[in-house]
Design a protein around this ligand. Structure first.
Ligand code: NAD
Length: 362
């Protein structure tokens, strides 16, 4: 009887409970969308990321961090951002107390990536950090360490590694449809009008220069196309407007990879260039444009063509990264990937400072 009574009691509770909404249980609920705070509201945040965050399924724009008070009402109105989710650089650490925000996306001048990524990590927020990850290897390591210590995810904004045509190139590094790679040529740059001579992208102090801005694209591309890490580099800088640029305006860099593979690369603020050609044992393929926000396509020596992805690159990138956080899986572009590029960038600057001396990459 005792058993039967306790069974009825328990099943009664279960019956009553089955009529309750799932949220009545104290089971932690998985959020359907993660909240993103954009840190730095310049060109890329304003024109590209905030609009892309209107297209995402697994994350949304919920907060801003800015040092420009005049931008606040405009962003609040446009994106319905409450006062409680607006921060400046001095109080950004208090974002720790805001459950609305799960992720801080660092979209600042390159020399500020490290300090603000670390503030975000210390506040217990996942960190998305724009490319280039930071100024040098030790800054990258400090960001990785802060994210590990605070058990938050770190991903770097290499949008192309989320882009389907580029993902085919990445797969080809293993499947080698044109045979073993012999050599690569990759370049990315644009004519920077440099109308504001004080803009940080022209000067070294905050991490300006063509190499940090555009050079990481051909560098990342020859790394993902080969699936290999370079063993040495030789680099030079060139200037068409030495009166304006204190950072590099043009950088040429030649990489040596294992198996005798070589890559000739160029980045520039003086001309519009955007391509990668990969010469292989049984033919070649070309990615052109290599890194535009849309239209990336591939054609091969056999007539094969891969048409451009029709979606929004940045929305896909942010949804992939939000899902990695929700599912506790490894992100597509972890901090270590940003670090690998910066290790080479450090060697590139070192070589250029010594007139193109060959620098081994340890
Ligand atoms: P930007 O100059 O337009 O914006 C930078 C923002 O940082 C501005 O709003 C500025 O007010 C703010 N800021 C805060 N402190 C500052 C300081 N001390 N000095 C100067 N500005 C300060 O630059 P952007 O083009 O938006 O680039 C920002 C980051 O995004 C860079 O790391 C860049 O490499 C990256 N980016 C990535 C892509 C991509 O395709 N993944 C494209 C563009 C830019």
């Amino acid at each position: 009887m005792g058993n039967r009574r306790s069974f009825l009691k328990t099943s009664g509770i279960l019956l009553a409970a089955s009529a309750l909404p799932l949220s009545s249980f104290m089971i932690p609920q998985r959020k359907s969308k993660l909240g993103v705070a954009l840190v730095g509201l310049g060109y890329y945040s304003k024109d590209i990321l905030a609009p892309a965050l209107q297209l995402t399924k697994y994350c949304e724009l919920r907060g801003i961090v800015t040092g420009s008070p005049e931008k606040i009402p405009i962003w609040q109105k446009k994106y319905n951002i409450p006062d409680a989710n607006v921060y400046n650089y001095e109080n950004m650490h208090t974002i720790a107390n805001n459950d609305d925000i799960d992720i801080v996306y660092i979209v600042l001048p390159n020399a500020l990536h490290k300090p603000y990524s670390i503030i975000g990590a210390e506040a217990g927020k996942h960190v998305w950090c724009e490319k280039p990850m930071a100024m040098n290897v030790s800054e990258c390591e400090a960001i990785i360490q802060a994210c590990n210590k605070n058990k938050v995810q770190l991903t770097i904004g290499y949008r192309l590694q989320h882009e389907p045509v580029t993902q085919t190139i990445i797969k080809w590094s293993q499947s080698k449809p044109y045979g073993a790679i012999n050599s690569l040529y990759a370049e990315a740059g644009f004519y920077n009008r440099a109308s504001d001579h004080n803009n940080w992208k022209l000067h070294k102090t905050l991490g300006g220069g063509a190499m940090y801005d555009m050079g990481v694209y051909p560098l990342n591309a020859v790394r993902y196309a080969t699936g290999l890490e370079p063993i040495s580099v030789s680099a030079t800088h060139e200037y068409t407007r030495p009166d304006i640029f204190t950072a590099d305006e043009i950088t040429n860099f030649n990489l040596e990879f294992p198996n005798g593979i070589t890559a000739q690369c160029k980045t520039s603020f003086a001309e519009n260039i955007n391509t990668m050609k990969v010469d292989c044992a049984n033919g070649w393929y070309k990615a052109e444009p290599l890194q535009y926000y849309s239209g990336v396509s591939v054609q091969g020596s056999d007539g094969q063509k891969i048409s451009p992805f029709q979606g929004n690159q940045q929305a896909k990138q942010m949804d992939d990264d939000a899902l990695a956080i929700m599912n506790k899986t490894a992100p597509i572009v972890p901090g270590e990937e940003g670090l690998k590029d910066i290790k080479v960038v450090e060697a590139i600057y070192k070589s250029a400072a010594q007139n193109g001396k060959r620098i081994p990459i340890a």
